[in-house]
Design a protein around this ligand. Structure first.
Ligand code: GAR
Length: 195
């Protein structure tokens, strides 16, 4: 059974879908949900599902990314995860932190990578006149949002879409994509999932 830690910064809707998926004959189980924001709504939701939680506020480490990451590593290493899922985790991780978990840290990003790494993905897709948007699950490498792709889900961009309406349509697909990619990854299956 693979042990999965999930890092969040906010509401944690993807985290909830991941946790809920890890039952029965699923090859993984959640062992920790951690956040850089002690107020993140997802922490209480995870605790409500019986998953251990930890909060390490990045605000306690102004201009000290290494200090923040060292503090985050404590509960993370104590949980002995085989796989780490970033799920709406909005801090950029240093190369040293990423390398420690390279090949077993996943991220979900709200665009069809390699298009639109970084922020404001939906506004940028609409402004570009794209016909499609979507989400990508990829392995985390030191370069932001650019590791090997494990799965993508596509949605149409509709006339009159705003970043908010598009984000909601994409998020619904993220909730299908991430649990399925994690299940395959934990089972050792190869290949890129296309939804
Ligand atoms: C999701 O849309 C996720 O793709 C995005 O944040 C949202 C988190 O929602 N992640 C990023 O932008 C990472 N750079 P959630 O907290 O409800 O899962």
């Amino acid at each position: 059974m693979k042990r999965v830690a999930i890092l969040i910064s906010g509401g944690g809707s993807n985290m909830l879908r991941l946790v809920e998926s890890m039952t029965g004959d699923h090859p993984a189980r959640p062992v920790l949900v951690a956040s850089n924001d002690p107020q993140a709504a997802g922490l209480a939701r995870a605790a409500g599902l019986g998953v251990p939680t930890a909060a390490v506020s990045h605000r306690d480490f102004p201009r000290d990314r290494a200090g923040f990451e060292a503090a985050l590593l404590e509960p993370l290493l104590a949980a002995r995860p085989d796989i780490i899922c970033l799920a709406g985790f909005m801090r950029i991780l240093t190369a040293g932190f990423v390398r420690r978990f390279e090949g077993r840290m996943l991220n979900i990003h709200p665009s069809l990578l390699p298009k639109y790494p970084g922020l404001d993905t939906h506004a940028r897709a609409i402004a570009a006149g794209d016909a499609q948007a979507g989400a990508t699950v990829h392995l985390v490498t030191p370069e932001l949002d650019s590791g090997p792709i494990l799965g993508q889900a596509r949605v149409p961009i509709l006339p009159g879409d705003t970043p908010e309406t598009l984000a909601a349509r994409v998020l619904a697909q993220e909730h299908r994509l991430y649990p399925e990619v994690l299940r395959r990854f934990a089972a050792g299956e190869n290949g890129v999932l296309e939804l």
